[in-house]
Design a protein around this ligand. Sequence first.
Ligand code: ZN
Length: 292
Amino acid sequence: MTLRLMSVHAHPDDESSKGAASLAKYAAEGVDVLVVTCTGGERGDILNPKMDRPGVRENLAGIRRAEMDAAREILGVRQRFLGFVDSGLPGEGEPLPDGCFAEQPLEEAVVPLVELIRRFRPHVVVTYDETGGYPHPDHIKTHVISVAAFDAAGNPERYPDAGEPWTPLKLYYSHGFSRARVLAFHEALLARGMESPYEEWVKNWTTDRPDPEERVTTRVQCADWFDVRDRALMAHETQIDPTSRWFTVPRDLQREIWPTEDYELVRSLVDTEVPEDDLFAGIDARVGGMRR
Ligand SMILES: [Zn+2]
């Protein structure tokens, strides 16, 4: 029986910056991996100066779909859009644009994801924590609909027109951007006499909320897929400046200092013991999952 993993994201490119090496690793092991992208990223900025040229802004939605296709291909996964419209990142006090994803009522916004869960039948679902990992209204909405859909998908009384009920077995939040990890890279770079791109970040990190690192239950060893992750991220050409700090930490150093991607187990319908090193811990035996 094939194991299935669903990873829910807000915009095209989020799948490649949050947990991409684990997705590529599971796909290589024969797990059926589906990336779900809630919005088309239509209101994103062009973050790569090289791509900020005539014709790109006007066609951003189409270009981002093509970038998503390229990244999906590199990661070796499947991908579906839910079809919501990007909310953009409104400034302080600015309203959300009409009809955007973040504005949709929960009861309606959750339906396409419930349908997709019932059709794809994932054993494991991964999403963001309640902060969105990044304070973008679409990231927070992604968290909200993912948790609601996880809880509703198996219940025949909820959304009876959205397909045969399916109960996923585990729900995780991904925690890529911990202070502990950034600090570990920062210190390792300095110790090797290299320049750290994280100086400002480390100095200004607010400690008014706990480091997500403290919530990690599950570390997936995936250093062999860091190069695949980086190639997938670069495929989102409008979103990633290849000279940015994303790519300044040498991969050998990443392998040595932090070879895992980290997750928090938030729901489990199977017996498992934390800490874990596998998103499917406790599931393999139960469903007879086969992996290469
Ligand atoms: Zn995003």
